[in-house]
Structure formats: C-alpha cells, structure tokens
Design a binder for this molecule. Structure first.
Ligand code: SF4
Length: 376
C-alpha cells in the first residue's frame, strides 16, 4: 500500500523551534497551487501502478487552505491516482487558522483525520514557542472538529521546554487526555540548527533541559499515556486501539510514498533497486521549475541493500517492532552476531522477542538511538 504527501509551505508566523520549510507570506498561494497541480500530473504514471491508502497534508500550515483550494487538490488527486475508498485523509491543523465552518467543509470533502498542533495548554509556553494560538483556541478547535463530524483526532504536544516543571507537563497531559483524542504525538523539544531557538541557546538566553531530565519527562509521558489506554507504537506516538496513523505507519514499514511541494521527499521500491528523491526547499525555485517543464528536484539517491536494511532496522525499532524474519527474507545479510545482540537486549529488559518481532520496551525506547547504533 502506498501513501501521498502534500507539503503546503506557508505559515502565518514561524515558531521558534521549527526547521520545516515554510514561509510567512502566503500571497504566492495561487502560484504554488498551479505548480502543485503540474507536479501531481508529472507522476501520473505511478497512479496506474498502485493504489494509495493515505493522503497527508502537512507543512507548513495546510489548514491555511480554503475549502475550495483543498477541494481542487483532492479532486485532482482522485482524478490522477487510484485512491482507496477508505483512504485515511489527514490535514495538519493549526488551531489559530480554522473555524467550525472551515472544518465542516473539510469533513464534507472527505478529510477524515485532523492532526492538531496544540503543543501546550499553558499560555506562557505557547508564547515561548511563538505559536499563533492560545489555549482557548485549542479547545475551540477540538470542539469545532467534533461538531464538524471528525471522530479521528490527533493532538501534538511538546515537552521538556526549558523552564517546564514536571507538574506543568503533567497538567498538559491531563488536559489532552480529558479531550479524548484518538491519538497523541508527544515530542521532546529539539534545538534544531538555524532556528531562532538555537540562536537563543547560543546566546544563553535559554538553556535546554539536560538529557537525563528530558528522559524523565519521556518516561512520565509513556507511563501516563499507557495508564490512560494509549498504545505506544512509535518513539513519539501513542494511539487508542485502532487509531494508529496509517500514513506514518506506511513510512515506518518502508512502503512507497509519493510527495509533492517544496522540500517534500518520495520513496519508491522498484524492481532491483529503491530510490528516494528530494524536492528543492525553495518556493520560487519550485514554482519556476514546474512552469518551465522541469521536476523541482534537489537530489536523488539510489539505496543499496545495506542502506535499506539499516533503515528498516531503525524504522522497525523506532515503531512497533522489527520483523526480523521479514528483514532477513527481503533484505538478507551475512551478519550473524545479531542473535547475541537480541539475546542481550531481552536479558537487559530493553526489548522483547517472540521469535519473529523484536520490540522495544519502555526501557528500550529510552535508549533507542543507542540500541539502533549497536544493532547496525
Ligand atoms: S506552524 Fe508548524 S510548520 Fe509552521 S512554523 Fe510552526 S511548527 Fe513549523
């Protein structure tokens, strides 16, 4: 099964921690949409080869799209590609950009899942992150989404902010769970290079939490969400039974995905080889390439068997388990020392192994990067 991703590269205002490609000025929206339609056509051949079971609008802020703009993209996708009738269609939603009317229109167009970027319910934390919404708008967004008929809602939260106490993080978790979302993504704050946050850290205006303190927040998150019925199915993702993100799951299972928009990247397993290609992360170059009849590619890579294998290990361990049998049959390797490593992980309580699938425990998730490095 394959997935489609569309990167909508506009935000009302950049958040201090964000390194995703987007610009603050959305006046080139129509020019972007024209280019996007050309790019959708450019890969029409793939539409004849497989069917797509998820569509994900990410960004940037896709909830800046008017219902008419979203409709024109969706109808073009349906016209060009074979989309499953029960496809998961997600729109990343910024609470500061939607009304109940807009969400009702999205739902009518077939969008069936919202991933809502709430991040925190504390006003000072939202201001620190430079989010455009406040806590009341976040609650309004959830209420409006339910009134609009959405029954598959995901909430994004960020923990381990510089001055955040565990009590305040627990209050965020409590509020999130009380809203009964089907899915929660909880990320530790990362100081990405070339962001305002990284400059603040360099100038010693803020100090990131030390790793062991961040790990305590992470442990708290895992325990709290587990106690409230959420399955921890990826390092940062938790879902009620039946509500895992099918789109992200396809990424983690190494399924094909086709992506559109500046900075988007695609992956495809083809006979004998796999390749990944990346679009340029610049809106005006993206638009001009497509206007001139060129693909807006930045780079393309062919993946060797051993690269694929490495990725499969990383993706499997970070999500709900590495299917060792499938790995060995699809991507064979001559390495034999892994058997001992699996034994050691299970002995140490960092993983479970049922003979097929190696799955990290809570203890293992805490040292996931270290385990991946050892296994590779
Ligand atoms: S709204 Fe999302 S994509 Fe835009 S700057 Fe903030 S975190 Fe990044």
């Amino acid at each position: 099964m394959a997935s489609l991703y569309l990167h909508i590269p506009f935000c009302e205002k950049k958040c201090i921690y964000c390194d995703f490609y987007s610009i603050e000025n959305s006046s080139p929206m129509e020019e972007f949409l024209s280019a996007l339609h050309v790019e959708i056509d450019a890969y029409a051949e793939f539409g004849k080869q497989e069917s797509f079971e998820t569509i994900f609008f990410g960004g940037g802020t896709p909830s800046l799209l008017s219902p008419q703009q979203l409709e024109s993209i969706l109808s073009h996708l349906h016209h060009t590609y074979s989309i499953e009738s029960d496809a998961e269609i997600t729109v990343e939603t910024n609470p500061g950009t939607v009304t109940r009317e807009k969400l009702t229109a999205y739902r009518t167009l077939g969008v069936n899942r919202l991933s809502i970027g709430i991040q925190s319910f504390h006003e000072d934390e939202l201001r620190f992150l430079s989010r455009i919404h406040d806590s009341a708008q976040a609650l309004d967004c959830i209420r409006s989404a339910r009134e609009a008929g959405f029954d598959n809602l995901s909430i994004d939260l960020i923990y381990a902010l510089p001055d955040q106490t565990k009590e305040r993080w627990e209050a965020n978790l409590q509020k999130a769970v009380a809203l009964s979302p089907n899915h929660i993504s909880a990320y530790g704050l990362i100081v990405e290079d070339n962001t305002p946050l990284s400059r603040m850290v360099r100038s010693r205006l803020v100090s990131p939490k030390p790793p062991d303190e961040e790990a305590e927040f992470y442990e708290m998150t895992m325990s709290y969400l587990d106690a409230h019925g959420f399955e921890h199915y990826e390092v940062s993702n938790y879902a009620k039974p039946g509500f895992r993100s099918r789109h992200n799951y396809n990424y983690w299972k190494h399924e094909n995905y086709l992506s559109f928009g500046p900075s988007a990247h695609s992956f495809r397993r083809e006979a004998g080889e796999s390749r990944r290609w990346f679009n340029i992360a610049n809106l005006s170059h993206y638009c001009s390439a497509l206007q001139e009849g060129r693909l807006p590619l930045l780079t393309e890579e062919r993946l060797s068997l051993s690269q694929l294998r490495t990725e499969r290990i990383l993706l499997g361990l970070r999500s709900d388990g590495l299917d060792v049998k499938r790995l060995d049959s699809e991507l064979p390797s001559s390495t034999t020392s892994r058997v001992q490593m699996i034994h050691d992980l299970v002995e140490a309580g960092s993983a479970t192994f049922d003979g097929n699938v190696l799955r990290l425990t809570q203890k293992g998730y805490l040292i996931c990067d270290e385990i991946c490095a050892r296994l590779m």
